[in-house]
Design a protein around this ligand. Structure first.
Ligand code: ADP
Ligand code: MG
Length: 147
């Protein structure tokens, strides 16, 4: 069992596809074990994306992430990190495989509907960025969940 951080970005929230995106995760076997809607401050967005601070698109990315509310979630499941990335699709929605979230709901590389952690280390850091331990509810009803 793994956990990963997912964000439904401002473009998808404003398109009213929160439910469709969550349904996709659930249909693919990932469980929501923490969730909240927040409006990121500039400092929070800069902190969350600090790894990209030298990139040319950093300012644009931060402004976009602060342009409206987002849903931050912890997803749990077998290979949740790579499964989430597969379900999301390529960073560029135009290159994303059919039926992925970014192909269905993204617009361009800047407005691509969702974020997902890219490694176990990143997942741990990103989950802790948004959630306290007691805000995460692992599915103890699942025999396979040992967390
Ligand atoms: P991913 O979100 O697929 O992990 P990256 O970590 O490389 O992709 O980039 C983080 C985010 O920065 C992307 O989701 C996208 O919103 C934005 N981004 C990446 N590359 C560009 C670019 N060339 N121009 C504008 N925004 C970009
Ligand atoms: Mg990334």
């Amino acid at each position: 069992m793994e956990q990963t951080l997912s964000i439904i970005k401002p473009d998808a929230v404003s398109k009213d596809v929160i439910g469709k995106i969550i349904t996709k995760f659930e249909d693919e076997g990932l469980k929501i074990v923490a969730s909240k809607m927040i409006h990121l401050s500039t400092a929070e967005a800069q902190g969350f994306y600090a790894v990209h601070k030298e990139r040319l698109f950093f300012g644009e990315l931060v402004d976009f992430m602060c342009s409206g509310p987002v849903i931050v979630m912890v997803l749990e499941g077998e290979n949740a990190i790579s499964e989430n990335r597969r379900i999301m699709g390529d960073t560029d929605p135009k290159k994303a495989a059919a039926n992925t979230i970014r192909a269905d709901y993204g617009t361009d590389i800047g407005s691509n509907a969702v974020h997902g952690s890219d490694s176990p280390d990143t997942a741990k850091t990103e989950i802790a960025f948004f959630f306290k331990r007691e805000e995460i509810c692992p599915r103890k009803d699942q025999a396979s969940s040992q967390i």
